[in-house]
Ligand binder design. Structure first.
Ligand SMILES: *Cc1c(COP(=O)(O)O)cnc(C)c1O
Length: 401
């Protein structure tokens, strides 16, 4: 067995302190839940109730009456399943793109025969809902309606948070079904699925939810199911077919054997989310907001630049690298000298920024403070002198606000 030396705020001898924007730290009760005795989840009829109960708890924190499912596969499976299940050949699909995940969604759209039409937003801030409204007005008048749209809640490579509370209702007015990738936001940012009229909402286990990687969460509206039922052509996938999950409980049949131990772990992680604070599921949002705001203040007062001009997500902060400092070198020093793992980015941001994931279990004061202290020392060593002590600024602000 791996030696466990981890305690909040203490130094790990074996594993690095994980401060990446997913996968995140996993609390002990979640890891232990995965060790529970297992049954045969296909044949033990009582397991259908256990699974449904986990889905109900997920629905509670996603504020929805829609059907929720836990699928055995990474967040990517959920994104692909949403596209596979809704999109038919020749369907026009609006791809809202102000980041890399936003852009990549179009690959799934084309894979299932859809025709992606991009709305390109400014990549240094959240999508302008006014610009999107103007685009929709013109585009639908000239070229006809859209069947559905893809939107990324938090586009993790840049850390931009899009206002799905306004975007999804706007699209719904045009009769457009919405597919929302909230993999790196869900758990750390509010998601009001029903109020915001989200048709297919996708999450993953390994980001702010802080369970181990491997599971997708999907919340599917009645409108989305009815669009799937009305398809001319059958869904061109089995594993990525959301419709076959619709009546699993009534028929007592899972399309494939659920990864029961992983789901026990996820259930414990969702329990942690619901139990934090007085109002179920709200305490964790407040914690993320507080830590993220103090973190940004610490970074900017230290003289570093945030990558975004607006639309900062509370789950991850992306910082431009000071001139002359290589991201590889900085990440290596953080890991080798300070035993802290943070991340670089990819695509157009590769080598230009660093990312610190203060999401889920990572979002605790001692670990964030320790990360900032190590970052200040590392920057100093590489020739950048911070204008203020970021750890100190963080601690002053996180307690005050
Ligand atoms: C992490 C992430 C995913 C899923 O990616 P995996 O490689 O499966 O972890 C999808 N969308 C966003 C925005 C993400 O941050």
């Amino acid at each position: 067995m791996e030696k466990e030396t981890f305690q909040k705020g203490s130094y790990r001898k074996t594993l690095p302190l994980i401060m990446t924007p997913g996968p995140t730290q996993v609390r002990e009760n979640v890891r232990l839940a995965r060790a529970r005795a297992v049954t045969n989840p296909d044949l033990d009829m009582t397991y259908f109730d256990v699974y449904r109960e986990t889905c109900r708890r997920i629905a509670a924190f996603l504020k929805t009456k829609n059907a929720c499912f836990v699928l055995g596969g990474e967040g990517m499976l959920g994104l692909e399943a949403a596209c596979a299940s809704l999109i038919e050949p020749e369907d026009r699909v609006l791809v809202v793109d102000n980041g890399l995940f936003g852009e990549w969604f179009s690959d799934f759209v084309t894979l299932y025969g859809g025709v992606p039409v991009f709305f390109k937003g400014d990549r240094t801030r959240d999508v302008s809902v006014e610009d999107l409204a103007a685009f929709l007005e013109k585009e639908t008048a000239e070229n006809g309606p859209f069947k559905c749209a893809t939107i990324v809640h938090c586009d993790t490579p840049s850390g931009v948070l899009n206002d799905i509370s306004r975007i999804c209702p706007l699209l719904k007015k045009y009769g457009i079904l919405t597919i929302v990738d909230s993999v790196s936001a869900m758990g750390g940012e509010d998601v009001r699925t029903d109020d915001w009229q989200i048709d297919i909402l996708i999450g993953g286990s390994q980001k702010a939810i802080s369970a181990p990687p491997g599971l997708t969460i999907a919340a599917v509206s009645d409108d989305a199911f009815s669009a799937m039922e009305k398809r001319q052509k059958p869904i061109a996938s089995y594993y990525a077919n959301l419709l076959i999950w619709k009546n699993y409980y009534e028929t007592k049949w899972f399309p494939y054997t659920p990864p029961i131990s992983d789901i026990y772990g996820l259930d414990a992680a969702v329990g942690n989310i619901l139990d934090e604070g007085n109002e179920p599921g709200q305490g964790i949002l407040r914690r993320h907001e507080k830590i993220a705001a103090a973190f940004r203040k610490a970074v900017t007062e230290a003289g570093l630049s945030l990558h975004l001009n607006a639309g900062w997500c509370s789950t991850v902060t992306v910082i431009d690298l000071p001139q002359g400092i290589s991201s590889e070198d900085l990440l290596n020093t953080m890991l080798e000298k300070h035993n802290i793992m943070i991340a670089g980015s990819f695509g157009y941001l590769s080598g230009k920024v660093i990312r610190i994931g203060h999401m889920g279990e990572n979002a605790n004061i001692p670990d964030v403070a320790r990360t900032l202290r190590a970052l200040a020392l590392t920057l100093e060593e590489k020739g950048f002198t911070p204008k203020a002590d970021p750890e100190k600024v963080f601690l002053e602000n996180v307690r005050e606000n």
